[in-house]
Design a protein around this ligand. Structure first.
Ligand SMILES: *[C@@H]1O[C@H](CO)[C@@H](O)[C@H](O)[C@H]1NC(C)=O
Ligand SMILES: *[C@@H]1O[C@H](CO)[C@@H](O)[C@H](O)[C@H]1NC(C)=O
Ligand SMILES: *[C@@H]1O[C@H](CO)[C@@H](O)[C@H](O)[C@H]1NC(C)=O
Length: 182
């Protein structure tokens, strides 16, 4: 019965390869233009998404895991810049109502900065499902900031907030492609 034993173990070995390989290959293969298209084509701002993901034109496109790292860092830079903008706008206004709206956005962005740190940790741990969930959670605070701003003087912050939104929806799409239903 030795031959049939080795045949069945060969079959189960091949089945294991078939089951394991697609996800692993998916994660580590260099991203192509087609993959970038798949990630960005439903983004609210397709060209923003594409440009962000190719933000280092001198570097070859990384794999999806590397692209997730790139996306996290772009979102992080935009968040920190927005926090600075909020601080400077707040110290620059004498209108208490406008100041309180900036203050609210400051609180929301404090939460966003905190959640990004969780997303970075999850990325390092290879937990892309959590990266995806964190990116989604951040959007709530982003929308809260947008809703808090009613003055036209807040237009620079509204714009920065929209850019942050675009970076996080890009991260959301990239990290989704690494989850089991991506
Ligand atoms: C992730 O991105 C950061 C910032 O660009 C970079 O310093 C770091 O080396 C990257 N991590 C890996 C493992 O590539
Ligand atoms: C953003 O600010 C946080 C908190 O100060 C810091 O830990 C992080 O490194 C900054 N990120 C970037 C990309 O500068
Ligand atoms: C602060 O106010 C000054 C004078 O009105 C203005 O020139 C400057 O652009 C303002 N800074 C910000 C961040 O809005």
């Amino acid at each position: 019965m030795a031959p049939s034993f080795s045949l069945s173990s060969l079959l189960s070995f091949m089945l294991t390869i078939l089951l394991i390989c697609p996800t692993h290959a998916h994660k580590n293969v260099q991203v192509s233009e087609k993959v970038l298209y798949d990630i960005c084509h439903n983004h609210a701002d397709y060209s923003f998404c594409l440009k962000a993901l190719k933000s280092d034109p001198s570097a070859p496109l990384p794999d999806l895991v590397g692209l997730t790292n790139v996306s996290i860092n772009l979102a992080d830079v935009a968040t920190n810049k927005t926090l600075e903008l909020i601080a400077s706008l707040k110290s620059n206004t004498s209108d208490p109502l406008l100041a309180s709206q900036y203050e609210s956005c400051g609180v929301f962005y404090g939460n966003i900065a905190h959640i990004i740190e969780d997303a970075k940790k999850a990325w390092k741990a290879g937990d892309y499902e959590t990266v995806f969930v964190k990116a989604g959670g951040i959007l709530t605070y982003n929308v809260d900031c947008s809703d808090a701003l009613t003055f036209k003087e807040a237009s620079s912050l509204r714009e920065a907030n929209k850019e942050v939104y675009n970076y996080f929806t890009t991260l959301l799409r990239v990290s989704k492609s690494l989850t089991k239903d991506g």
